[in-house]
Design a protein around this ligand. Structure first.
Ligand code: PEP
Ligand code: MN
Length: 332
């Protein structure tokens, strides 16, 4: 043992001093550049956004939505079409996803489209269709709000306001949405870092709204095979450092429907509190995002596929909607 007891020699960095008895005392001693100096703590790293970080006082935020709690024991699936198209399309989807265990209906009435010639959404008419779907299905509604002026109108119809990836850093929209008092589903910007996402969440909290739900929906990287790169590590990290619920959107992350079930399973394994998934009665005829939308059978398969992964997370993690609905289906 070259280093033992010989203080005239430089410290033995070949083992970083971790071998038992290295310093003669038998206890573990770290060299002066100890582990704490290798990287700062997550709390230091995200010190700019203290209110979104877990603390001894705030371990987990549970967001109430109608009779649901997001971030609590129940795993919450939000499902529905990318865009609200027709009364039939919306109602058929709402009824199917409810029977399959979804608790919240998604659907865009205001669509942020890259092309000005693409379908932009039905606006107020779409919101009214969503409200009727809520009445008929009992599902809560999440829908996107794209501009500050639209906030009061969208908040009148929606149970959760979705802030889309393209608007994550639109601070005047964030402030207006926060002040509406509705829970906010904050999607990560496609080129936003985790720190950027947390800054936007902090902005909503600063404006008096504690009910923020973070959403990982994939980011842009050099990989182009998928529409985006699903940042699954972000889900794990957000669950570790933040008390806010985290929802995963495998549809926009994948961009291809055949990848969606696998990404959904991975999201569950990473600790997500729920999913946001696009479902359409006839995806090939969808007015937007058909390639990534599941059909009804695909949705059922995805829901079946996540069950064992939820079970691994412990008995508290359930999909209440499914447990209630499946036996009825078997009968009917
Ligand atoms: C959507 O949910 O349909 C949508 C437009 O999402 P994103 O803002 O993540 O692209
Ligand atoms: Mn979409």
């Amino acid at each position: 043992m070259m280093c033992d007891g010989d203080h005239t020699k430089p410290p033995c960095f070949s083992t970083l001093g971790l071998r038992r008895g290295v310093h003669g005392s038998g206890s573990l001693k770290l060299p002066r550049i100890g582990a704490h100096a290798v990287r700062e703590s997550w709390h230091e790293r995200f010190a700019e956004t203290p209110d979104v970080l877990k603390s001894s006082l705030r371990r987990q935020t549970v967001v109430p939505v109608l009779d649901l709690e997001i971030g609590g024991d129940e795993f919450i699936t939000m499902a529905g079409p990318c865009s609200v198209e027709t009364e039939f399309q919306l109602m058929a989807t709402a009824n199917h996803v409810r029977r399959g265990g979804a608790r919240i209906l998604r659907g865009g009435a205001f669509k942020p489209r890259s092309s000005p010639y693409a379908f932009q959404g039905h606006g107020l008419e779409g919101l009214k269709m969503l409200a009727r779907a809520r009445e008929e299905s009992g599902l809560a509604i999440v829908t996107e709000v794209m501009s500050e002026e639209d906030v009061p109108m969208v908040a009148e119809y929606a149970d959760i306001l979705q802030i889309g990836t393209r608007n994550m850093e639109n601070y005047s929209l964030l402030e207006a949405a926060a002040r509406s008092g509705r829970p906010i589903l904050l999607k990560r910007g496609m080129v936003a870092t985790i720190a950027d996402l947390l800054r936007s969440a902090q902005c909503i909290l600063d404006n008096g709204n504690p009910n923020v739900i973070l959403c990982e929906r994939g980011i842009r990287t050099f990989e182009t095979a998928m529409r985006n790169t699903f940042d699954v590590a972000a889900i794990a990290l957000l669950k570790q450092i933040s008390h806010l619920p985290v929802i995963a959107d495998p549809s926009h992350a994948a961009g291809h429907r055949d990848l969606v079930p696998a990404l959904a399973r991975i999201a569950v394994a990473a600790g997500a509190d729920g999913l946001l998934v696009e479902v359409h009665p006839n995806p090939d005829k969808a007015w937007s995002d058909g390639e990534q939308s599941l059909d009804f059978a695909g949705f059922d398969d995805m829901m079946d596929g996540i069950e064992p992964y939820l079970a691994l997370r412990g008995p508290a993690r359930t999909q209440r909607g499914r447990a209630l609905v499946r036996p009825m289906e078997a009968v009917g």
